[in-house]
Structures are given as C-alpha cells and as structure tokens.
Design a protein around this ligand. Structure first.
Ligand SMILES: Cc1ncc(COP(=O)(O)O)c(C=O)c1O
Length: 317
C-alpha cells in the first residue's frame, strides 16, 4: 500500500505568503504582509544578538520569563498563558451569522478582531451579544493579532472578556506591531483547562531562545511600542484621507492595513507591480474585488499615493 493522507486535505491550498520581490526591481515597496515597516526595535535586536553565544543550549521549554513579562505587561494571569511559534486565524463572518451557525455540535469559534482582510473590529456591545449567545460547551477564540492598533473607543480587548468568562481564549502575536515576524512567536490566553491541555500537546521547545529574549525586550520597551502605534495610526488616517479625497472605495480599518474595494482589482494590482509596489490580492479568499494594502512608512505611503493617483487619473476604467 502506498503512502496517502487524509482526503479532507485535498481541498486545502498551500498557504501563499505575500510576495517579497518583483522581477526587474532591486528594491520593492512590500505592502502585502502587514509587517511593521519601521523594523525591529534596537532593544529587541540587542536581546536577540545576546543569544549568539548560547545557541548550543535548548530554550526554556515553558518560556517562563516571557510568560511572566506578558502577564505583567497586560496585567493578566500568567498561569493561563501559553506561548507558541506565532498565532493563526482564518475566519471572516459577522456576529449574527455566527450566532445563527452555533448549534450543539459547535465546539470552537475563531473570531479575529480586527479582522483580516477587512480590518474591521467588533465593538464591545456586539462581542457581548455573541458571548451571551455562546453555549457553555463552546470555546470562543478571539484572534487579536492586530489588537494593539485599535483606537476605537467602543473596543474592549478580548483579554478582559477572557477574565470575565470561563470559555473565552485570546491569541496574540509578536509578528505585527512588535516587528518580530521572522522569529515566529505568539501566545494564547486560555481558560485554565485549555492551557493545561495545550501544554500537554504542544511541542516541548516551541519558541526558540532568541525569539523569547527578543519578545521580552520589546514588551519592556513601552516608548517604542507607543511610538509605533502612533506612527501606524497617523499613517492609516492619512491613507483614509487620501482614499476619501480620491473617491476610492475602502473598508474602514482599525489595523495596519486597509482593504480597497475595486472591480478593477487585478488591473490595479498589475499597475502597482509595474511601479515596484506589492499589495495583497484576496481572490484566493473568494473576494476578488478586495485589494489589501498594508500601512507603510510615510515615504512608502507617499510613493503609493503617487502611483495610485496616476492609475486613477490615466488608467482606471
Ligand atoms: C488575523 C491574524 N491572525 C494571526 C495571524 C498570524 O500571525 P503569526 O505571524 O503569529 O502566525 C495573522 C497573520 O497575518 C493574522 O492576520
């Protein structure tokens, strides 16, 4: 008998990450992966480099120092934190559809807020409505990969909900605001029983030593954190102003990207590529009219606007 695998996997495509290069360009403006455009903080970088003479050692399998630093930073219970190699999500529904879809077989619901690719967040009142409709056997996992960027006054972090309800978990990542995507580090804040179960099944050294050290250093650098949130949100507003001025349809976002709604999405994509700008097309998600564009630095956004204006003036149908 030859090797085979579960046939349910046949319908799943291999994940395609945002492209990083374009033929004919030495440097590109990469606005396709929602990375932090300002780079890793010097303190996190120093902590990473400090590990070079310890690479022969195994990392702390429980990521104790990192767990304690996360608990102190977010003022949460350290026994409910499980660290891992990045976090993940794939769900895009709204709340009423989710409530309708819940039945007694539903065991887990994944909910990103802000959502990817739309950038929309779930206001506190709506989240409460969902939680009130949640059966006690069902675990709600709130994915807050972009949570730090939210400045909407009616947003309440999932961490607060997770403290108040027994069946809510939250996932967070160091890949976005914290600018450590290459190191693969994220964490979950889980109901105690789920933390216990996850600690039994996760691989023993799932976060590397340099990743742990860099993550600890960045969480202690509050000045850098605040500065990076402010810069993103100012640039996000500038892009919103630009889209409003030019009449380009977009989805209001609370994250570090904005999705454009364009019937000419692929044509726009090709034009931007011809200018050395890489954005993220969403056809693979079943939404071919969406073009997700990460919020870049001031210089990158200015170049993006120049390219978009040329497209809107000379090419757009
Ligand atoms: C909503 C959301 N959750 C999770 C992730 C995964 O982040 P990580 O790098 O921690 O795997 C992403 C990455 O783009 C994301 O957009």
């Amino acid at each position: 008998m030859s090797l085979t695998y579960n046939k349910n996997l046949l319908d799943i495509d291999v994940y395609k990450p945002g492209q990083s290069s374009l033929a004919g360009f030495d440097t590109v403006i990469k606005l396709s992966s929602n990375e932090n455009p300002y780079g890793t903080s010097p303190k996190a970088l120093a902590a990473y480099k400090d590990c070079t003479d310890k690479l022969f050692k195994y990392p702390d399998g429980s990521a104790n120092d990192l767990t304690q630093t996360i608990a102190a930073h977010y003022n949460i219970d350290e026994t409910r934190i499980v660290c891992g190699a990045g976090s993940d999500n794939i769900i895009e529904l709204d709340i009423d559809q989710i409530i309708k879809a819940i039945n007694n077989k539903t065991k887990i619901i994944f909910l990103p807020t802000p959502d990817n690719p739309t950038g929309q967040y779930i206001p506190q009142e709506k989240m409460q409505k969902l939680i009130d409709a949640l059966p006690s056997h069902c675990l709600l996992v709130i994915d807050e990969a972009y949570g730090e960027y939210v400045d909407a006054p009616d947003y309440k972090s999932g961490l607060a909900f997770a403290d108040a309800y027994p069946n809510i978990a939250v996932t967070r990542t160091f890949s976005k605001l914290f600018a450590l995507a290459a190191l693969r580090v994220g964490w979950g804040y889980l109901p105690p029983i789920a933390a216990e179960a996850l600690n039994k099944i996760r691989s023993p050294f799932n976060v590397s030593m340099p990743a742990q050290q860099a993550a600890i250093a960045i969480l202690k650098d509050q000045e850098w954190i605040t500065d990076n949130i402010v810069k993103n949100n100012q640039q996000r507003q500038k892009m919103v102003d630009y889209y409003q001025l030019t009449g380009c349809r977009f989805i209001p976002s609370q994250a570090n990207f904005i999705c454009l709604i364009r019937h000419d999405a692929e044509k726009l994509n090709q034009f931007l590529r011809s200018k050395g700008i890489i954005v993220r097309m969403m056809a693979g998600n079943g939404t071919p009219e969406l073009v997700r564009i990460s919020i870049g630095s001031d210089a990158e956004n200015k170049q993006l606007q120049v390219a978009l204006s040329e497209y809107f003036t000379n090419i757009a149908p």
